[in-house]
Design a binder for this molecule. Structure first.
Ligand code: ATP
Ligand code: MG
Length: 354
C-alpha cells in the first residue's frame, strides 16, 4: 500500500471511530479532534485546535489536570485516566457529562503526543442507576410481603374488636368513632393487599376470565377516594362480550394502575369511563378520564421504566411499565390517546378465551 493511500485510510479510521479521539501535544494543546469528539463536546474543529485540553474539563478539574498533565509528560504511559475517580467532560454549552478516558502516548519524529480516547458513559450510568433502583424495588417487594403479614394479623384483631364494640354500644358519638376506626383499618388492609399484589411472585395462571368482575373489583377499591374527589364513574359493558384468556391477579393490577393514574389526573374531579366490548376478534377494554392529559412530548415515554411526572416519592414511574409488560405477555396490545387539558384514553386489546 502506498504511503499516501495508507495515510488516508488511517484518517478515515480515525474519523469513523465511534469513540472521541483527541491528540494533545506536550504543552497540552489540542492538535487533532475527530468528528465523534467534536459531537460529544459540541465544538467545531477550528474552535478546538490550538486550545489547551483543559477547555474540555469542568472548572474545578482544570487546575488539577494541568498539574497531572505536566507530571504525565515526564513519564508518559498508556493508562486509563483518573483511576477510581469519576470523570466529567465539559461541553461548549457549559453542560457536563460522565466520561471514561484512555491515554496513550505517541512518539512521532522526536516529539511526544498523547492520544486520549473519550467514551461518553451517560447511557451506561443511566442503566446502572436503573438497575440499582430495580434492585431496591425488588427488595422493597420482599419487605412489603413480610410487613403485610406482620401488620395484617394485628389489624384483624383491631378490626374484630372494633366491630364487636360497634354492635354493643348505643351512644352515637362512640359508634361514630368506632366506625372511623373500622373504615381506616379497612383502608390499611386494602393498601397492604395492593402492596402484596405487587410483591407477589407466584406463577401466572391464565384461565377464561370475565373482565367485568375484575373491573368491578378494582373500582370498588377506589370508590371512597373517587367520591371524595368528585369523580363520577360510567361503566359500559357490551352484553355478549366474551371472556378473555388471562391471569386474574395481573388483570387487577392492570386496572388498578390505570384507574389510579386516572384518579391522580383528576384532582378537581371529572369522569372516569370504563368500557368493555368485542372488537376485531379481541376484547377491547377502554379506560378514559377527563383529567389533565399527557403532554405530546411525554407520550412516547410513559411506558418507560421510571418515567414519571409526579413528585419524588409520589410516583415510581413503574405503573404503566408493569401494565404494558402484562398486556404484552398476554399477547395483547395497549394504546394511548391524550389531549393536554382534555383527558386520556387507554385502549387495551386482549385475546378472547377459546
Ligand atoms: N391517565 C393519565 N392522565 C395523565 N397522565 C398520565 C395518565 N396515566 C399516566 N400518565 C403519565 O404517565 C406517567 C407514567 O405513569 P406510570 O403509571 O407509569 O407512573 P406514575 O403514575 O408516575 O407512578 P406510579 O404508577 O408508581 O404511581 C405519569 O407520571 C403521568 O405523567
Ligand atoms: Mg401510575
Amino acid at each position: 500500500m502506498e504511503l499516501q493511500a495508507d495515510h488516508s485510510l488511517y484518517k478515515l479510521i480515525v474519523e469513523a471511530s465511534p469513540n472521541g479521539l483527541l491528540l494533545v501535544d506536550e504543552r497540552g494543546a489540542i492538535v487533532m479532534a475527530n468528528p465523534c469528539l467534536l459531537a460529544q463536546f459540541g465544538y467545531q474543529e477550528a474552535e478546538l485546535l490550538g486550545q489547551l485540553v483543559e477547555v474540555l474539563l469542568p472548572k474545578p478539574a482544570q487546575a488539577i489536570h494541568r498539574a497531572h498533565r505536566i507530571g504525565y509528560m515526564q513519564d508518559p504511559q498508556a493508562r486509563p485516566m483518573g483511576r477510581g475517580r469519576e470523570l466529567y467532560g465539559l461541553r461548549k454549552d457549559g453542560t457536563e457529562f460522565p466520561v471514561e478516558i484512555g491515554l496513550t502516548p505517541l512518539r512521532v519524529s522526536g516529539r511526544t503526543y498523547v492520544l486520549a480516547s473519550v467514551v461518553d458513559i451517560t447511557e451506561r450510568r443511566r442503566l446502572e442507576e436503573q438497575l440499582r433502583r430495580t434492585e431496591r424495588i425488588a427488595e422493597l417487594g420482599t419487605l412489603a410481603s413480610g410487613m403485610a403479614h406482620e401488620i395484617g394479623t394485628p389489624m384483624n384483631v383491631i378490626l374484630g374488636r372494633a366491630e364487636y364494640l360497634l354492635e354493643r354500644v348505643t351512644e352515637e358519638p362512640i359508634k361514630k368513632s368506632l366506625q372511623v376506626i373500622v373504615t381506616q383499618v379497612e383502608r390499611i388492609t386494602r393498601v397492604m393487599n395492593q402492596l402484596l399484589a405487587f410483591a407477589r411472585r407466584r406463577p401466572v395462571e391464565r384461565r377464561p376470565l370475565d373482565l367485568r368482575e375484575t373491573i368491578e373489583g378494582s373500582l370498588e377499591m377506589f370508590q371512597e377516594r373517587m367520591a371524595r374527589h368528585g369523580i363520577r364513574i360510567e361503566k359500559s359493558f357490551q352484553d355478549d362480550c366474551p371472556k378473555v384468556h388471562a391471569d386474574a391477579d395481573q388483570m387487577s393490577q392492570v386496572l388498578i394502575n390505570l384507574v389510579m393514574n386516572a384518579i391522580q389526573a383528576m384532582p378537581e374531579g371529572g369522569m372516569l369511563r370504563v368500557a368493555l366490548a368485542r372488537a376485531d376478534g379481541m376484547v377491547r377494554l377502554t379506560v378514559a378520564d377527563t383529567g389533565h392529559g399527557i403532554a405530546q412530548q411525554d407520550l412516547p415515554k410513559i411506558f418507560d421504566p421510571f418515567f414519571t411526572t409526579k413528585e419524588t416519592g409520589k410516583g415510581t414511574g413503574l405503573g404503566l411499565t408493569v401494565v404494558k409488560g402484562i398486556i404484552d405477555e398476554h399477547g395483547g396490545s395497549i394504546q394511548v390517546e391524550s389531549d393536554s387539558g382534555k383527558g386520556t384514553t387507554f385502549t387495551i386489546s386482549l385475546p378472547v378465551s377459546q
